[in-house]
Design a protein around this ligand. Structure first.
Ligand code: GRG
Length: 303
């Protein structure tokens, strides 16, 4: 089945935000009933912070590009966003990037306290598993497909992906990394989850092996492009535009594409990767409408 006629990237993101925010709001409500007091409030606060929902939009677009048509895919998108939210809560802690502002609001540890935010971050990991399991049930997917999606998501969130990349990133503060090392950091801390978003969309649609390989390659390229664009925005945007402290990479003396290549070459590399991402889909005969627009958005966004 061909995907529906593509809207704009803005429309795709609005749709992803609407569905994901609604589901995460319901989970926030449920979790505050399960967990009384400050811990439940911190979980709900983190889940309700308004993100762009790029990863959710990628899940939806990848699912449809492989012929998926159920609105219940929003639950898979919410699961990916829950893992992402946990990573932001922990990334902002004093032992990591030590930041006060996220998504235009106080970071969870500044709104509550470090111990509460640390617990909330950890608690979001099993929440993500529950959100994913519920989505698979609503999509009426066989257990083996849920197993594949869970393995993909939590492997991307682990030592071979997000945690490993963040670990390398922290270890490299105040050091100048060479480009191959920087690519490993970026692919791990940011790219792996973005790639998983694309692959999960494909798995949920029971994509063919060729489609899934194309989504994997697309996700790898847009994942790296996303973090390069983030490096550029950190150097060029304002805190107001970004909803987080601008210039933090330079303050923490982090290795970034901007530090290594300069702003314009970094931008050019992100754009090259976005084109390459779409080329993988084209070669495999996967519809490029929505995913092409999201690749363009990822490298041209202003926050
Ligand atoms: C224990 C070492 C260790 C790590 C724990 C904290 C952590 C795991 C990983 C950090 C991963 C991270 C936060 C990477 C940066 C990814 C990134 C560019 C985030 C911003 O994404 P956007 O712009 O944000 O999509 P919104 O707010 O729109 O969702």
């Amino acid at each position: 089945m061909a995907e529906a006629p593509p809207a704009t990237a803005g429309d795709l993101l609005s749709e992803a935000r609407e569905h994901t925010d609604h589901l995460l709001d319901r989970w926030a409500e449920r979790l505050t009933e399960e967990l009384a007091g400050r811990d439940g409030e911190a979980l709900a606060y983190a889940l309700r912070t308004p993100g762009k929902r790029v990863r959710a939009a990628l899940v939806l677009a990848a699912y449809r590009s492989a012929g998926g048509a159920s609105p219940a895919i929003a639950g898979v998108a919410a699961a990916v966003e829950t893992v992402h939210t946990y990573s932001l809560v922990h990334d902002d802690l004093p032992c990591m990037d030590d930041d006060d502002l996220r998504r235009g609001r106080l970071t969870t540890h500044r709104r509550f306290d470090v111990a509460t935010a640390t617990r909330a971050g950890f608690l979001l990991v099993p929440v993500a598993a529950r959100v994913l399991a519920e989505a698979a049930r609503e999509l009426e997917l066989p257990a083996a497909i849920l197993g594949r999606m869970a393995a993909e998501l939590f492997q991307a969130g682990g030592i071979e992906g997000m945690v490993g990349g963040q670990w390398l990133d922290l270890a490299a503060e105040h050091q100048a990394l060479a480009l191959p090392e920087l690519i490993a950091v970026h692919r791990g801390k940011t790219g792996a989850l973005i790639q998983a978003a694309c692959v999960l969309g494909g798995i949920a649609a029971e994509a063919t092996a060729v489609e899934e390989a194309a989504l994997t390659a697309y996700g790898e390229d847009v994942g790296l492009a996303f973090q390069i664009a983030d490096d550029v925005l950190d150097a060029t945007g304002t805190s107001e535009e970004l909803g987080k402290t601008a210039g933090r990479d330079a303050q923490l003396a982090k290795s970034t594409y901007v530090r290594l290549l300069g702003i314009e070459p970094a931008r050019a590399e992100a754009e090259r990767l976005a084109r390459s991402a779409v080329e993988h889909l084209r070669t495999a005969g996967v519809p490029t409408g929505a995913l092409g627009m999201l690749a363009g958005y990822i490298v041209s966004r202003n926050n």
